[in-house]
Design a protein. Structure first.
Length: 131
């Protein structure tokens, strides 16, 4: 797993949205300014998170983005998978983006990379945006 800039910004935005949970929508410009994220880039990130049901949005004067479910139901892993891709360091050990490899049965890397994936996934799936 490599955390992309998109993933980093998504996590920062999600922390802000979790802090505002049940207080109404938060404007993109507010998050962008507070976290130092380019507004247009943040807009695309939040739209991606909305497409998978992590966020919801509303238009108008009081509009913006807010969490679609409770912060304690959203893990860091959920957000990273959407914005940065699989948690696994190699696709052949990925649970969600697995690709077959002709050397899987004899590969000397597979076991170690599975352990890495499992350790990373354990930490990121345990970490939620609300306790």
């Amino acid at each position: 797993m490599k955390l992309s800039k998109k993933g980093e910004y998504a996590l920062k935005a999600m922390i802000e949205l979790a802090r505002a949970y049940k207080k109404g929508p938060v404007r993109i410009s507010s998050i962008a300014e507070k976290e130092g994220i380019p507004k247009k880039f943040l807009e695309r990130i939040l739209m991606d998170l909305k497409k998978v049901g992590i966020l919801k949005s509303s238009r108008g004067a009081g509009g913006g983005y807010e969490l679609a479910k409770a912060p304690k139901e959203i893990s860091f892993a959920d957000v990273i998978r959407v914005t940065s891709g699989p948690l696994a360091p190699l696709r052949c050990v990925s649970k969600y983006a697995h690709i077959n490899c002709p050397h899987e049965k004899s590969c000397g890397l597979k076991k170690v990379m599975q352990d890495v994936r499992n350790a990373v996934a354990t930490v990121l799936e345990r970490e939620k945006f609300g306790k």
